[in-house]
Design a protein around this ligand. Structure first.
Ligand code: G16
Ligand code: MG
Length: 217
């Protein structure tokens, strides 16, 4: 039986993926190459460090250890600048309602995000007190598709992996949930997230029971 929901943050609860993209593009441009939205798909759910490694590979660019650190700091500075203005209006359609109805059904809810800025974002959108557990990029050492973030969330909720449903917008995140042996609902396009057990465009108009009925028992 599914007794817990684990939500990814960027791209599932809130649309911050576009701000990550803008900040990475700005960084790539400052290093002398471009970064397309198509390539950005590969960065979703991937940690800051792994994202930069991937971008540098795509741009055919090498940085010293100091330059690498400085690039991470610059990107995060721009990202923080972009998200200064976000508020509850950036919560993705139906996400807050879905979270509340899962809680009303007695399910436990956790956040499982790669972002080190997760708590700041949850505060901005007014959802920081809604989770029974928050596992973010500050608490894990392995980036998605490693299952660590979701296994830690299950541990903090005191539930087994098979009781958990993960909601993910990223290919790496879907794979992380599968690696954790959890049921996974993709949020986005089925053509991209085909490995998920089921895929929703967003949470709008869907009850928790509707979603649970689409998953393997
Ligand atoms: C998010 C994004 C990724 C981002 C990562 C790290 O993860 O999807 O694009 O690189 O967090 O974020 P930060 O630089 O804020 O630490 P998630 O897991 O919430 O989708
Ligand atoms: Mg995400």
């Amino acid at each position: 039986m599914k007794t817990a929901c684990i939500f990814d943050l960027d791209g599932v609860i809130v649309d911050t993926a576009k701000y990550h993209y803008l900040a990475w593009k700005r960084l790539a441009n400052s290093l002398g190459f471009d970064f397309t939205e198509h390539d950005n798909e590969k960065l979703k759910g991937v940690s800051r460090i792994e994202s930069l490694k991937l971008i540098l590979r795509l741009g055919g660019k090498q940085l010293s250890a100091e330059e690498f650190e400085a690039a991470l700091t610059r990107k995060n500075g721009w990202y923080l600048e972009y998200i200064q203005k976000i508020g509850p209006e950036e919560i993705l359609p139906g996400a807050a309602e879905f979270l509340q109805s899962a809680k009303a059904k007695g399910m436990k809810v956790a956040l499982g995000s790669a972002s080190k800025n997760a708590v700041l974002i949850l505060e901005r959108i007014g959802l920081v007190n809604e989770f029974d557990a928050i596992v973010d990029g500050n608490k894990v050492s392995q980036a998605k598709p490693d299952p660590e973030v979701f296994l830690k969330a299950a541990q903090e909720l005191a539930v087994d992996a098979e009781q958990c449903v993960v909601f993910e917008d990223a290919v790496a995140g879907v794979q992380a949930a599968l690696n954790a042996k959890m049921a996974v609902v993709g949020i986005g396009e089925a053509s991209v997230l085909h490995a998920a057990h089921t895929v929703l465009a967003n949470f709008s108009g869907l009850s928790v029971d509707d979603v649970l009925a689409r998953l393997p028992a």
